[in-house]
Design a protein around this ligand. Sequence first.
Ligand code: NAD
Ligand code: AHE
Ligand code: ZN
Length: 369
Amino acid sequence: MKTRAAVAFEAKRPLEIVELDLEGPKPGEVLVEIMATGLCHTDAYTLDGLDSEGLFPSVLGHEGAGIVREVGAGVTSVKPGDHVIPLYTPECRQCKSCLSRKTNLCTSIRATQGKGLMPDGTSRFSYKGRTIFHYMGCSTFSNFTVLPEIAVAKIRDDAPFDTACYVGCGVTTGVGAVVNTAKVEPGSTVIVFGLGGIGLNVIQGARLVGAKRIVGVDLNGDKEEWGRRFGMTDFVNPKDVDGDIVAHLVSLTEGGADYTFDCTGNTTVMRQALEACHRGWGVSVVIGVAEAGKEISTRPFQLVTGRVWKGSAFGGARGRTDTPKIVDWYMDGKIEIDPMITHRLTLEQINEGFDLMHQGKSIRSVVIY
Ligand code: NAD
Ligand code: AHE
Ligand code: ZN
């Protein structure tokens, strides 16, 4: 079949809207009509050539929601008509990682996913006979995409696609990092670095679990209002701080935070986040994705004296099990999504969405097909 898609033909070039050829689902796979997709900073990072796994030409996008239109042989967990969210972190429930109960990072198809291919080692997308790679196993910047059955979460039918799509990455990543990875307790003090599409969800996750103090840090002063909207109690713009930002934050939080979260992808900030943790017990969670070649460092003494450095992918959420629950939390009013969708765009406007992100003018832009 044919599908309209925004294709990344090369790094650092705007996406091009073209009609691609798409092969139907093979055994164990499903064809999904994507109804809406968010633009996450990770898409921008790959498009900018900063991802060590980045492949071109490819169909980016990993924050979508849609409807199953066809299923391949042997598919039993979803059927045509089901509403689903594509999962860049699948859940096979059979691999060593899934069975360990210690991680959400299912490993059953990670190797082919990282090569831009389906589990059988081939791509379903092509353009004028040339292979186009999949991205993060999702490729939601295509109106239709093919996914492994284990990489779709069935969600309720009454959730709007243009907001539920955000659960496919940003919402789950932010809220999940608080609830699943850090397990923030009521009364905690939290510092969130970077108040974008992820950081604001960390803030609302911290509010949800009853954190007492939620400090937001961002270089963009416009983010103060956004942070307060979701529960931030204090805002710090590093540009306004005389001297060392870590010392300032430690003093502000009376010894350091119980939990800190990096939502910037900047390795200098990651270090600040660790060092702004309380001596003896503070936990710092790295969420931001750093560009290829960057490394983190700190004095080992920071860890010797009890601070813990952790990371979180997809908020520690088990895709097929937890994603539908997060959609329920949204539909039940436990968490908010609507105000964070600042821009609704057509596929033709997708490059404007990336411009808005880079200018710090959007929280989430969503493309509606
Ligand atoms: P975004 O562009 O919406 O937000 C980033 C925010 O960080 C902006 O408000 C920006 O002003 C702020 N910022 C940038 N540099 C800063 C600095 N030095 N100090 C303070 N603030 C700074 O991006 P997003 O969509 O929220 O994504 C944030 C990061 O999380 C990206 O690196 C993205 O790749 C990553 N991410 C990780 C996961 C995961 O599973 N681990 C999931 C989604 C996104
Ligand atoms: N490919 C990059 C790393 C990218 C990365 O860390 N991705 C996160 C999700 S970001 C979503 O917006 C993730 O889930 N990582 C776990 C995994 O298995 O990819 C690189 O550096 O090579
Ligand atoms: Zn993302």
